[in-house]
Structures are given as structure tokens and as C-alpha cells.
Design a protein. Sequence first.
Length: 243
Amino acid sequence: MTETVEKTASGAILYDKAIINQISDQRFAAEGWLHAEPVQGALRSAGRGGTMFVGNVPRQFVLRHYMRGGLVGKLIKDTYLFSGADKTRSFLEWRLLDKLAANNMRVPRPAAARYVQRGTFYTADIITVRVPGIVPLSKYIADHRPDEAFWQACGAAIYEFHEAGVYHADMNAYNVQIDTDGLLWLLDFDKGALRPPGHWQQETLSRLHRSLQKIMGLDPRLNFRSANWEQLLEGYFNASRSA
């Protein structure tokens, strides 16, 4: 993919002309599209607001406004300290997704990203190509009864990301998504990066495990048990041994 950067009155837009051949600030608001609908309920990443499906089938997009999470997010909703265009969250995520998609990894293709600078602070947005048919793992285990092969395949897929050095800052049961073929995708790479092997690999696995345990606590009817986690780990370590 070839990136293009265009300056705006208050920031800049980074985009791929092969996906969106014309871009403007208007495209980063729901009103800039003929069709827009909020991403709701189980389809939304935990803790994330301001996410919309925009555009029309067959090619739809996901428009996401960067929001702070945790305790900080209660005080500072969506602004970040500006230290250069290339260090903005939107540009960093766009370029990471661009590399991963170019290597045929199961992540959304990045279409456009922007930042809007206001003095020493900025806000940011990103547009990615919507992957048809995917649902969060949290919803998948509510609607299906996955077998051992499914969980082992999930573990092997996570290992593929880790082997490639892909660090996901918030690997949970919402950002891990499953397509109509039962294959695992990763979404929302805010604060993601490419890293050498390290403790982060176990930390991201533990984060996913805690997320699954948490949603099980909210709804014990979900089809996930401790044996399923062991199956996922078995798939992960089998993939690592055969690499």
C-alpha cells in the first residue's frame, strides 16, 4: 500500500488512495457519509465509544474516534499531548495496520487516519475497512458451542501474531474477533507495536484470559470453561514448537 499525507487547516490526514481516492475532514464525522450507524452492544470494543459503521455494502468502513480509557478517561475524554504527526496514535496505528495487512495477517486494512491539533494537544480518528461477518469472541461463545479444535486454532492464531512480533495492547474478548469460517482476527491496535520476543507475549495471553473470566462472571451461560483455556494454550504452544 502507498500512503499519502495531506495537510489540513488544523492537522493532517494519512490515507491509502487505493481504498479512498479522495479524503477530507468531513469523512471523519458520521454526517460526512450517506450511511452511518453506531457500533453497539457486543460488537463494540469494551470501553470504546465513538465508533461507527459508515459507507455502503459491499465496502463499508469503521470510523473510530480515539477515546481515553480508565481513570484518566473520566477526566480527559479524548485529547492527547502532541509531540509530532508521526507520533500521533492514529498515524502510528494506521502504519502498523498497513504493515500487518501487507503481510496477510488477519487485521482490518487501514483506509485513513487524521489528527486535529489544538495548541499542545490533539484529537484523532481512524477509518478502517470493515471485515464482513466478524463478531467478537464474547458474542461467538454466546451463540456457539466451540469445540476443542476451535480453541486450539485460536491459540495457534495468537501465536502467529506473537511470532511476527505483534504486540496488542488490549487483547480481550471484544478485540479478538471470529469470522464466518471460525478464523481469528485482531482489531483495535491503539498503542500496538512490533516488538522482539519478551514478557509481553505472556502478558497479552493473561489479559485475554482475565477478559474471558470476567465475562463468564457476568454470564455463566457462555460457552467457555477452564478446559477451553487449556486447549487454547495447547494450540499456542504446539504452534510454537512446530515453528
